[in-house]
Design a protein around this ligand. Structure first.
Ligand SMILES: Cc1cc2nc3c(=O)[nH]c(=O)nc-3n(C[C@H](O)[C@H](O)[C@H](O)COP(=O)(O)OP(=O)(O)OC[C@H]3O[C@@H](n4cnc5c(N)ncnc54)[C@H](O)[C@@H]3O)c2cc1C
Length: 339
């Protein structure tokens, strides 16, 4: 049994920043995440892609933001429980909660912060027979490291932003890149579509309209694919790796079983405190909903700050909370280890 002031479910960017806001108020936190790493969507889905709308940071990659958040929360020494899924959450006091993970750990916390994003996200598998044995060997649903694809013959499948963005990012790295989409119209940003077409016109990559109908390979290693066009004609492309981007299914997972009031699989919150309908049980980041909600990292950061103010009253019921700036408060600076 691990006792903590606050248990944070989800170590995405918003869960990480919550550690900072809680830490400034002397509130200790443990974090649990299903993934084997911190950073949530930033680390899992777009580690090397740029983010341009973090206030005060003109440009940072998903990986860079995760590292920066980890550096920022270091003074508060949070404890991470990675590779574990929170399965049950029970109310045991006013407020107090018991939380259990699938790895057999149990926590008792005064407050729980659900920062579970879209829940456990899983890529949609394309409808291609016999794809499973190639997955994670030569079929990848996410690009963890672009270098892994250097000088490889790549096939990207899809017509949305992810397929187009990775086409543009990987084309300079790959030996040869082919993009396959079932029709000659793309859902992705027009600017990306134009750039992709320019590369095709310049002979620097290939575009095929059709669907992958067959995989050729052995022992998980792909050698070639067959692509069938609308008229039924088939062409063969030799490849080393295939990257299908058919979107993600966000599986809410166990959050749905915790007796919370949900709206469209999201947790409605009070925008003054970011508390759910259960006092002491907060929801911040992509998992919550309220009028005007934007699923942006910056919104989650704001929500974390207000959540911490309310959590303080549950963790220290007899203390008065003083509002302070990090710029001028020696007490806050001491907590940050800079004074
Ligand atoms: C391709 C792409 C580009 C994007 N670009 C931008 C951008 O430019 N700017 C921007 O502001 N936003 C962007 N976003 C959105 C941004 O990534 C999300 O708003 C942000 O990640 C939400 O953070 P979060 O911490 O709430 O959730 P997440 O990042 O989803 O993290 C939630 C974490 O909770 C964990 N979890 C879920 N359920 C459980 C459970 N039961 N037990 C344990 N752990 C659990 C998950 O494993 C996950 O790691 C982009 C998203 C994508 C997909």
């Amino acid at each position: 049994m691990i006792k903590t002031d606050v248990l944070i479910i989800g170590a995405g960017p918003v869960g990480l920043f919550a550690v900072f806001e809680l830490g400034l108020l002397d509130i200790k936190a443990h974090l649990v995440d299903i993934l084997d790493k911190v950073g949530g969507q930033c680390a899992e889905l777009y580690p090397e892609k740029p983010i341009y709308d973090i206030p005060g940071i003109p440009y940072i990659t998903g990986h860079g933001l995760t590292d920066a958040l980890m550096a920022q929360i270091k003074p508060f020494n949070p404890t991470f429980h990675l590779g574990e899924m929170v399965t049950t959450l029970d109310k045991i006091g006013e407020p107090a909660f018991r939380v259990a993970t699938d790895a057999g750990k149990t926590f008792e916390a005064k407050c729980v912060v659900i920062a579970a994003g879209g829940g456990s996200f899983q890529p949609k598998r394309p409808p291609i027979n016999g794809i499973e044995p190639y997955e994670e060997k030569s079929v990848f649903y996410a690009v963890r490291k672009m270098e892994n694809f250097r000088d490889k013959k790549l096939l990207i499948v899809g017509g949305g932003d992810s397929a187009l963005d990775w086409t543009l990012n990987l084309q300079p790295v790959a030996q040869r890149l082919t993009l396959v989409h079932r029709r000659d119209e793309f859902r992705g940003a027009p600017d990306s579509v134009n750039k992709m077409r320019e590369l095709v016109a310049a002979g620097q990559m290939d575009l095929k309209i059709g669907q992958v109908s067959e995989l050729e390979g052995d022992g998980g290693k792909l050698a070639a694919v067959s692509i069938k066009d609308k008229a039924g004609a088939t062409s063969r492309v030799e490849i080393d790796a295939m990257l299908p981007f058919f979107g993600l299914t966000m599986k809410l997972g166990p959050v749905a079983d915790w007796g919370l009031e949900l709206k469209d699989n999201l947790i409605p919150v009070d925008t003054g405190t970011f508390e759910s309908n259960v006092p002491g049980l907060f929801a911040i980041g992509d998992i919550n909903t309220y009028p005007g909600k934007l699923k942006l990292i910056l919104s989650g950061f704001h929500e974390a700050a207000l959540m911490a103010q309310q959590a303080y009253h549950y963790v220290f019921p007899d203390k008065k909370l003083m509002f302070q700036y990090t710029t001028s408060s020696t007490s806050l600076q001491k907590k940050l280890g800079v004074a």
